[in-house]
Design a protein around this ligand. Sequence first.
Ligand code: ADP
Length: 191
Amino acid sequence: MRLILMGPPGAGKGTQAQYVADHFDVPAISTGDIFRSNVSQGTELGVEAKRYMDAGEYVPDDVTNRMVRNRINEPDAEPGFLLDGYPRTLAQVEELDAMISSTGHSLDAALVLTADQDELVSRLLHRAQVEGRADDTEDVIRRRQELYAEQTEPLIEVYRSRGILIEIDGMGEVPDVTQRIFDALDDVPQS
Ligand code: ADP
């Protein structure tokens, strides 16, 4: 399975990505997690990414694309992968298309988690208390939501027009959302 998982900040991508990836026995590749681990290790990539992340901005496409290309070329991603938080821009869509088609495969499905705005903000503010993420302050959350609406939401129509979009209601209990994803993916033929 080659899957991408999209959705606004706070929609529960990270949580669901792990369950779905385990179920299909493929790695969950989260660009946000990779950036955060580089930040905490103080790598060159981390230093570069932190400037953007702390402000709620997207890390530049060339940096992000290079990182994802390296990651999906690792042997564990050969049978498939679930990308969480990538692509987020049209330039990233094109780059991902190139990466996948060069291996002779194609994307099986693009999942989008939906949730209402009030629920999203309250989840993020709760996460701020629990995890203390630097980008979970109110101003930065607002900026991340804005950028999602401007740059990432348009990708939904791109994947819809390709006929591989699957919208999942992300509201409710975590296991219920996971089950909705599994049910929807049951109908997807694997390439
Ligand atoms: P969320 O989607 O909940 O805001 P993530 O953990 O997925 O959080 O991402 C955190 C930050 O990492 C983003 O705000 C952005 O700065 C950076 N980032 C993650 N994925 C990408 C991407 N595909 N392109 C550019 N920046 C990214």
